[in-house]
Design a protein around this ligand. Sequence first.
Ligand SMILES: [Zn+2]
Length: 166
Amino acid sequence: MTTALTDEQITRHLRRANGVAERAMAMGRHPFGALLLAPDGETVLAEQGNIDTVNHAESTLARSAAANYPGAYLAQCTLVTTFEPCAMCAGTIYWAGIGRVLYGAQESALLALTGDHPENPTLALPCREVFARGQRPVAVIGPVPELEEAMTAPHRGFWQRLRGRL
Ligand SMILES: [Zn+2]
């Protein structure tokens, strides 16, 4: 079982994940960020920003978590991410055995910003639907509407700038 997160922890962890997203953007990558929380819901075990279109922050972090921690431990851990994980990432989180996901903004809020950008052809499949097909439970917290503004901030303008480069 995972430890219940307080509103303060939810806000603080999501803001830290957003800082990871901003760092990824500063390195020329897409502004997405994720954290892995220990079973105490407080200790940050790892941070990961977006790498590329098949190495999203969440899938990369989930693979590294599975390589470094036993499943029984990861079942009590939480993956924190700025945006709702896509189907690829939700699948990897599931196979890594991570027990809980906390995300800030919904995938649909991102689609509104990326539009039909060829570097982010959003895969519209809610993570809860992916997890519902599994054999073990993955708890989901999100979206957190009061943080949507903060989570989408790095994306505002980013996709338009990218479009200008095409
Ligand atoms: Zn993804």
